[in-house]
Design a protein around this ligand. Sequence first.
Ligand code: ADP
Ligand code: MG
Length: 738
Amino acid sequence: MEQVLPLQYLKGIGPKRAEVLAKEGLRTPQDVLLYVPRGYVNRDGSRTLAELAGVHGRDDVWARSDAATLARVTSEVTIIVGIVSMQEGRYGRGKTMLTVTVADGSGVTAQVVFWNMVEYYKRVLEPGRYVVMSGRPEFDQRWNRLSFTHPELERIDDDDVAGYRAGVILPNYTLTQGMRNAGITMKLFRQMVDQVIERTAEQMTDPLPDALRAEHNLVTLQDALRELHRPTVLANVVAAQRRMKFEELFFFELLLAARASSRKRPDRGCVVDPKSPRARALVDRLPFTLTTAQRRVIREIVDDMSSGTPMNRLLQGDVGSGKTVVALLSMLDAIDSGYQTLIMAPTEILAEQHYNGIRRMVDGLDVNVVQLVGGQRKKIRAEVAEAIASGQANIIVGTHALFEASITYQRLGLIVIDEQHRFGVAQRAALSSLAKQSFEDRTQTPHILVMSATPIPRTLSMTLYGDLDVSVIDELPANRKPIRTEVVFESQLSVVHEMIRAEIRRGRQAYIVYPLVEKSDKLELKSAVEHHETLQHEVFPDLRVGLLHGQMLWYEKEDVMRAFLQGDYDILVATTVVEVGVDVPNATVMLIENAERFGLSQLHQLRGRVGRGAEQSYCYLATKDYFRYQLQRSETAADRASAAIRLRTMEETTDGFRIAEVDLKLRGPGDMLGTRQSGLPEFRFVDLVADTPLIAVARDAAFGMLRADPRLQRPDHSGIRERLIALFEGSATFMTVA
Ligand code: ADP
Ligand code: MG
């Protein structure tokens, strides 16, 4: 099927260069085909400097121009310029920068700025020489100046200039230093690709059947690869990329679908009657009306629980969106149908809050709520265990203690897990098997509801939690006062301290959070203790300042949190992320120091610790004074300064999903969610943020195909079947050329 053409036999390559290429992951012709250009040189698309200066900032013109298509394809502009002059400057402590003036004969010049590798650029950039420059233009309207920072520069061959003049679109590949050192120039690389395309195009098999391609308007694999490497027009590149992305997503989703269907045994779920008198009674006496989003989610849960198939649902909702009452109503449904229910929290203090909160809410409804946590007195523990085993206990609230071998459940039909990110799949399975044993016939499987306050864009969670259905509460109760958030600079800290003082005088409490200073435990401890001492003795000598840091044992942390909750401290200094989900409604101020060091999602979680009561709350993000400049810079310039974007986003919105999307854009899903643990794959073509709509399309296509042809036995599905088998064996990736 695949004729192996070791790259060394290609003209101009040879064994040495082939070895260098192999080191960069280019072993086979197939590898070369998937090594797509990072951009294109194109006369139609690359405008002149004058046009770039003119169109910049005017969306209408920009959107219509070919330059916009190009920018979409490559997110950068490629342009041929001549070097006019160079100037060295100094910045910081004796560091050198280089400013190069370039021109293209359009009457406008641009400044090219290099902060690093100044010596190198001084050597290679001679005035009078022509180069192909690829980068993102920045236009400063105040100075009417066009500039590029560290663009890619490539000496241009005479052939290319001719091609460029003739309107040919030339691909630009990323050449590593190793390739360059081995004499692999852009020209040689392009020739190599041409040879590969010529020799392999005939034998390439397209795994996507005609019907699927026609349905989703996808070009063939051959055409896609040819257009990616040798585009006839730029619009074709967009179509080619779409096809490659689709294929990658399709196989990814197909694998998820296949796994899901292989897992799906004919489990019998507990059947819950949707008409529950006690749930009805609770809704009637709530001091608020449920939000539309809460009602929609409750509907989804009820549908699951009455279906006869076990529910496996992830409930996402931002901090304060009211997940607890949704869980409680579902539990009451299950209780009225004769089942026991359980809610598990990651910490004792959270379990305690749930226990007290739930008891208050169901007071008078004849619901028996018990609590099961570590460190309970023997006698109490025995009573609780007895209530659980006898089936008297309707709602069991607890921590990991719920797993203890001495506990036997009685018809446990619904399991709720709060703050999901602390629990793994394995623990979910363990709870589920405990529940199974609680039925006499052992054949019933409990419903599982997992709740998370970590907002993840919907398509991503669909992808990540392939085995869970997802419900989202995307609306906060109407009565909420958004937390006022402000970036402050270190020179203004004393003002913030005064505001904190004023809030405390009004009976409120405050958090002051520091980032982890060092990875070293000793240093962290030292810095935590120092911060605390300074604040307690120098800044707030008259107030009670508590301390929470990462080196404390879990129960020491819980003791401090509890003391803060009870009002024994006015201020809580924390170097570690304040315990997830703990509700201290009286805390109205959060000061985060060195806020630029925190990730966006982390900042959002931290801020969620305040604003939980009826009072107006405040969040101050303190950062270095020199950030003031960064924060004021124009939009384009700022996209390099991601810290500035993070702080600005926090000021602009309190919407967790919007924040998650920005975070995802800044960091990528791997960093944001921890790819390794989450099992999120590395994609070659797909951008999980930008390609959101396509994910849904590919998912429907993959799941639909398996439904129609579960064993992929139709002749035109044989290519798909083959790849799927290879995926299961780990011998293929989602985008493989064979
Ligand atoms: P989270 O989703 O962060 O777990 P909670 O369930 O703790 O949020 O709810 C936060 C607060 O909002 C609680 O005091 C709860 O009683 C209240 N709440 C829940 N739903 C509503 C609503 N629809 N309108 C007003 N307040 C609500
Ligand atoms: Mg909660």
